[in-house]
Design a protein around this ligand. Structure first.
Ligand code: NAD
Length: 482
C-alpha cells in the first residue's frame, strides 16, 4: 500500500523517513485476504542504534528544553490531528489487523483521547516539598527517564501506542517505538501525524522489523533507560532479562485468562452482552479478553443457553464488511487457536458463530466457539488462547468462585456480576487482578483507569496518571541553608 503521507517501507529516525540500513523490507499481510498489503522496513541493530542516538539528541535539544505546558500543547495538536484522520487510520488498521472497521475507528478515537489526556496532564504532575530538619529545604523533582523503548504487539497498535508512547512523551522522555511485524501501518501513520503536528525531531523514532532483530536490539540497547512491552509471556521474559542486565525499569503487559463471575442473583440480561463481547472482541485477540465465564450453578442452565443463542447470531467476515468479528491476525495464530480446539472435547461445545458466505480463501477466519461444563484445570480454563474461545466453568459458592478465579498463572482483569453489595466488596478485595469490575466489564476502556497485571500478566501500570509515574523518576533535592 502506498500512501501519500508516509512511506511504509521506511523508519522514522530523527524526524526523517529513512530506509533501513540493511536495505531489506518485509511483507505485511492483510489477514482478511491473505494478500500482501504493503512492504515494511526490516529494521535491525544499526537502525535501532541510530534511533536511540536521535532520541538522545532530542533530549539534548528542543524536546528536552521544552516546558511541560508546551509539550502538552504538542500532544493536544497530535490528538486533534489523529481525530482529523480518524477514518483514514481506521481503514489502515482494519486492513492491517483485520478488525471490523467500527472497532478500528474506536481504536483511533482512543489514541486521540490518550493524547488529549496526557497532553492535559503534562503540567499537572509535580514533586513535593518535604518538611525536614531545621536548616534544610527539601523537595522532589519528577523527571523523565531519558530514552524509553516501546515494543508493541499487533492486536491494538493504536491504543497501546497511545497509552505507552503518549504517557512517555508527556513526561518528556524521547521514545523509540518498535511496532509488530504483523501490523505496522498505523504506527507509521502516527509518526507522520506527530511530525506534522510539530513534535520535535527525535522525540518519536519508529523502527519496524522482526522481534528477534529490531525488538531484541532495542530491548538490549544500553542507551535506553526504560522499556515498555506488551505481548507474550515468553517474549516478556526475554525483555525483563535484558532490562535486568542493563538495570533499567520495565513495564510488562503480558495478557491473561480473565474471568467474569456470575452469581445466581445477577441481572443476567445486563450481563449477557458483556459476557460475550469481552470474549469475542477483536476475535478474542485482546490481553484483557474474558476467556473464562464462571457461572453459579443456580443460573448455569439458563445463562449458558442465553450465551449460546447470542453466539449463534454472531457473524465473522472481512474487516471491511464491518461485521461482528474479523479474521485472526495470521495463519500462525489460527493454527494456535485451532490446536486448542483439536485438543478439547467436542461434546463440550455449546455454540459456534457463523462464518459469512463467500469469505476470501486466504483469510484467517475462525468461528468463535463457546464451551460449557469446563473444569478449572482444563487447558481451555488455564491457557491464554488469544482467539475467540470462551470456557464456561460452573461453581458452587463465593469461596469456590474465588478459588477458581484466582487459580491461573495470570491476573489482569476480573469482573463480578451480583446484586449483593457486601459480596461485591469482599470479592473485589480478594480477586487477584490489576482491574476488577463490578456489574460491568472494562468500564468502556477509560484512558483514566490504571491498567496492568499481577503474576504472569506482568507488572507496572499504564493508563491514567499512574503511567506518568511509571514513565518518570524522582529526584530528591536537599538544600542546607542553615
Ligand atoms: P510476541 O510477544 O512475540 O510479540 C509482541 C512484540 O514483541 C512484537 O512487536 C514482536 O516483534 C516483539 N518481539 C518478539 N520477539 C522479540 C524479542 N526476542 N525481543 C524483543 N521483542 C520481540 O507475541 P506474538 O508472537 O505476536 O504472539 C504470540 C502470543 O503472544 C499470542 O498467541 C498471545 O498469546 C500473546 N500476545 C499477547 C498480547 C497482549 O496484548 N498481551 C499481544 C500479542 C500477543
Amino acid at each position: 500500500m502506498s500512501d501519500t503521507w508516509f512511506d511504509a517501507s521506511k523508519c522514522l529516525i530523527g524526524g526523517k523517513w529513512v530506509a533501513p540500513q540493511g536495505g531489506e523490507t518485509l511483507s505485511l499481510e492483510n489477514p482478511s485476504t491473505g494478500e500482501e498489503l504493503s512492504r515494511i522496513a526490516r529494521g535491525q541493530k544499526a537502525d535501532v542504534d541510530a534511533a536511540v542516538h536521535a532520541a538522545e539528541a532530542a533530549l539534548n535539544g528542543e524536546w528536552g528544553a521544552m516546558a511541560a505546558v508546551d509539550r502538552g500543547r504538542v500532544l493536544q495538536r497530535m490528538s486533534a490531528a489523529v481525530l482529523d484522520k480518524v477514518d483514514h487510520l481506521a481503514a489502515l488498521e482494519a486492513a492491517d489487523v483485520g478488525k471490523p472497521l467500527k472497532q478500528a475507528r474506536a481504536d483511533a478515537i482512543a489514541l486521540a483521547r490518550y493524547l488529549e489526556f496526557y497532553g492535559g496532564a503534562c503540567d499537572k504532575i509535580h514533586g513535593e516539598t518535604i518538611p525536614y530538619l531545621d536548616g534544610y529545604t527539601v523537595y522532589t523533582l519528577r523527571e523523565p527517564h531519558g530514552v524509553t523503548g516501546h515494543i508493541v504487539p499487533w492486536n491494538y497498535p493504536m491504543q497501546i501506542i497511545g497509552r505507552s508512547v503518549g504517557a512517555a512523551l508527556a513526561m518528556g522522555n524521547a521514545t523509540v517505538l518498535k511496532p509488530a511485524e504483523e501490523a505496522c501501518l498505523t504506527a507509521l501513520a502516527f509518526g507522520a501525524i506527530a511530525t506534522e503536528a510539530g513534535l520535535p525531531a527525535g522525540a518519536l523514532n519508529i523502527v519496524p522489523g522482526l522481534g528477534a532483530e529490531a525488538g531484541a536490539a532495542l530491548s538490549n540497547h544500553t542507551g535506553i533507560h526504560h522499556i515498555s512491552f506488551t505481548g507474550s509471556v515468553a517474549t516478556g521474559e526475554l525483555i525483563q532479562a535484558a532490562a535486568a542486565r542493563n538495570v533499567i525499569p520495565v513495564t510488562l503487559e503480558l495478557g491473561g485468562k480473565s474471568p467474569q463471575i456470575v452469581f445466581d442473583d445477577a441481572d443476567l440480561e445486563a450481563a449477557l452482552p458483556f459476557l460475550v463481547n469481552a470474549g469475542i472482541q477483536n476475535a478474542g485477540q485482546t490481553c484483557s479478553a474474558s476467556s473464562r465465564i464462571l457461572m453459579q450453578r443456580g443460573i448455569y442452565e439458563k445463562l449458558s443457553v442465553m450465551m449460546a443463542a447470542r453466539y449463534k447470531e454472531l457473524v465473522v467476515g472481512p474487516a471491511e464488511a464491518d461485521l461482528d468479528i474479523g479474521p485472526l491476525i495470521s495463519a500462525r495464530q489460527k493454527d494456535i487457536v485451532e490446536g486448542f480446539i483439536a485438543a478439547a472435547k467436542p461434546k463440550n461445545i455449546l455454540a459456534q458463530a457463523q462464518l459469512a458466505e463467500g469469505l476470501p480463501i486466504g483469510g484467517h477466519y475462525f468461528a468463535p466457539t463457546l464451551y460449557g461444563s469446563i473444569s478449572p484445570d482444563d487447558p481451555l480454563a488455564q491457557a491464554e488462547i488469544f482467539g475467540p474461545v470462551q470456557a464456561i466453568i460452573p461453581f458452587d459458592d463465593e469461596a469456590d468462585a474465588l478459588k477458581i478465579a484466582n487459580g491461573t498463572a495470570y491476573g489482569l482483569v476480573a469482573s463480578i456480576w451480583t446484586r449483593d453489595g457486601a459480596r461485591q466488596m469482599r470479592m473485589a478485595k480478594k480477586l487477584r487482578a490489576g482491574q476488577v469490575f463490578i456489574n460491568n466489564y472494562g468500564a468502556g476502556g477509560g484512558v483514566e483507569l490504571p491498567f496492568g497485571g499481577v503474576g504472569k500478566s506482568g507488572h507496572g501500570r499504564e493508563k491514567g496518571f499512574e503511567a506518568l509515574y511509571g514513565f518518570s523518576t524522582l529526584k530528591t533535592v536537599a538544600a542546607h541553608h542553615g
